[in-house]
Design a protein around this ligand. Structure first.
Ligand code: SF4
Length: 313
């Protein structure tokens, strides 16, 4: 369990920090146009405060991302250096050779490049605002520049009803990955962040996608903290890192509200979770079901299983 009577067990959580809520795309599965908070950058002092506290507590940041495009954040390379081992996920549209070099000169060890599909017509639906050829070119350039560097490059494809016939092999051939041992193709099931309705890109939500409400510690650019990466507006906020310490937030009274809602299956005080539970008849894909069941296993079993299922960490 990720919670005891003192609050969240900090070492069991996955941490992410949204450096910016601004984005140059409007993707088909993203609520960017619906968010109820400003498009803004995380103030640098807040980024440093979080980094300092996490270092003191022995915690690791997993992603510099929630919504928003991290490459729009001016001090991205400096932010990467504040969080050893952190991963950056990008739509790769701004991954120019200059930006690539800047990132590769930082301590970054893992990057996710979201391409979703090799079909330009589907790309135009899933990554609205992006130009397929340009992004593919940027990825090719990054592969070349990152050759021989200590970095894991993940080119991420998205499983949707429109792309499920594509194969990892198609992507490997497209980018000639046999020349780039630092790179691999990963796949992710498309889960609409913004809706529990079926769209052409994703199926309906089927309940708690996380399996438990206490997996994440999501810090938005505003400083608000949510317990779930699907709660993109922090409607179920635990606190704010601008004015509170991580320890204080981990003992938030909101945890009792969440606990009570899940125990009684009453989501009237949990608007984001209520969306997830809106379709009781919906069922998760097989890989997600296996992965959810695996959450209680020790990591020496979970890690190889994750690689076998090819699900995101
Ligand atoms: S928003 Fe709530 S129900 Fe949905 S995945 Fe997150 S914790 Fe689970």
């Amino acid at each position: 369990m990720s919670r005891d009577r003192h609050g969240l067990r900090l070492r069991t959580l996955k941490y992410n920090l949204e450096l910016t809520s601004r984005c140059n795309f409007r993707c088909g599965m993203c609520p960017m146009d619906d968010i109820q908070r400003p498009y803004e950058d995380a103030p640098w002092w807040m980024v440093e405060k979080v980094a300092g506290e996490m270092k003191e507590l022995g915690l690791s940041m997993r992603y510099l991302h929630e919504l928003g495009e991290p490459l729009l954040y001016k001090r991205l390379a400096e932010a990467i250096d504040l969080f050893p081992g952190v991963c950056v996920s990008t739509n790769a549209s701004l991954l120019t050779p200059e930006k690539s070099k800047e990132i590769l000169d930082s301590s970054l060890t893992r990057i996710i490049l979201s391409l979703d599909t090799l079909l330009p017509e589907v790309y135009a639906v899933s990554r609205k605002g992006g130009k397929f050829e340009q992004v593919a070119e940027n990825i090719r350039g990054f592969l070349e520049l990152s050759k021989g560097k200590k970095i894991r490059v993940e080119i991420q494809r998205m499983l949707t009803p429109l792309t499920q016939h594509e194969k990892n092999r198609d992507f490997e051939d497209f980018f000639g990955l046999s020349k780039y041992p630092q790179a691999r193709i990963t796949q992710k099931t498309c889960e609409g962040l913004d809706t529990s309705e079926v769209t052409e890109l994703h199926q309906a939500y089927y309940g708690c996608f996380q399996g438990t409400p206490y997996q994440w510690f999501v810090i938005l650019a505003s400083g608000e903290v949510s317990h779930c990466c699907y709660d993109y507006d922090a409607t179920q906020s635990l606190g704010n890192v601008k004015t509170q310490s991580i320890r204080e937030i981990a003992a938030s009274p909101m945890l009792d509200v969440i606990e009570d809602g899940f125990n009684r299956h009453d989501f009237s005080k949990l608007p984001r979770c209520a969306e997830c539970f809106k379709n009781p008849a919906a069922a998760p894909p097989v890989t997600d079901r296996v992965w959810m069941l695996a959450q209680r296993l020790p990591s020496y079993i979970k890690d190889p299983l994750r690689r076998f299922l090819n699900v995101a960490k």
